[in-house]
Design a binder for this molecule. Structure first.
Ligand code: NI
Length: 201
């Protein structure tokens, strides 16, 4: 079996392409992921003391990774890939992605949970927030204007999702890095719980 009338260029954004993504593992033999290590997330977890201790004792562990396919950032294009958030906690707070608003705030995004157990923590600039549970087979619509952050609440399994969004949306990480999220997802008595973020500005 083979494609018909497809050129060799595997990332052909003009005529289309397929890519091998293992939808259980979120990995691809054709595309390296971008990786975010614990040392790159200083200040993002609520408990700075637990963060420094973990970095010292467990080293610079991988917190999450995701595909950046390199689609031209034009309004008619779609960016897609897989995101993998690893299990772990800093103090009581679960491992998570940095989270971001889209630079073009009025841009939605769709996620589909491939494996694992987690939440998408979302909040709007006006202060509305929600945390949607992600389990395999669940699709999630992140509406325009909402920042989004994946959180892995499983003690052992990575949280794997597939995502797609308008390619010119852009990523605003700075707002979250400066202000933080209003809410935290922590483990409390063995289950996920929402807390106010004491560091939120
Ligand atoms: Ni996004």
């Amino acid at each position: 079996m083979a494609d018909f009338n497809v050129k060799e260029n595997k990332f052909d954004y003009v005529r289309g392409y397929t890519i091998d993504l293992d939808m259980k593992t979120g990995m691809s033999s054709m595309k390296e992921t971008s990786k975010r290590y614990l040392s790159q997330m200083r200040g993002m977890f609520a408990d700075d003391e637990a963060y420094e201790k973990m970095l010292k004792e467990q080293g610079d562990v991988l917190v999450y990774e995701f595909h950046e396919m390199g689609v031209p950032e034009e309004p008619g294009n779609l960016a897609f890939g897989c995101s993998i958030t690893y299990p772990g906690k800093v103090g009581d707070e679960y491992f998570m992605t940095k989270g971001h608003f889209h630079t073009i705030l009025e841009t939605a995004e769709v996620y589909y949970c491939l494996s694992g157990h987690g939440y998408m923590l979302m909040e709007s600039p006006e202060g509305d927030w929600l945390a949607c549970e992600l389990t395999p087979g669940k699709a999630l619509y992140v509406p325009e204007r909402y920042a989004h952050r994946s959180v892995n609440v499983d003690p052992k399994e990575p949280l794997r999702t597939f995502f797609v969004f308008r390619a010119d949306a852009g990523h605003d990480y700075g707002t979250i890095e400066t202000k933080g999220y209003r809410k935290l997802l922590v483990e409390k008595e063995g289950a996920p719980a929402i807390l106010d973020n004491p560091k939120w500005k």
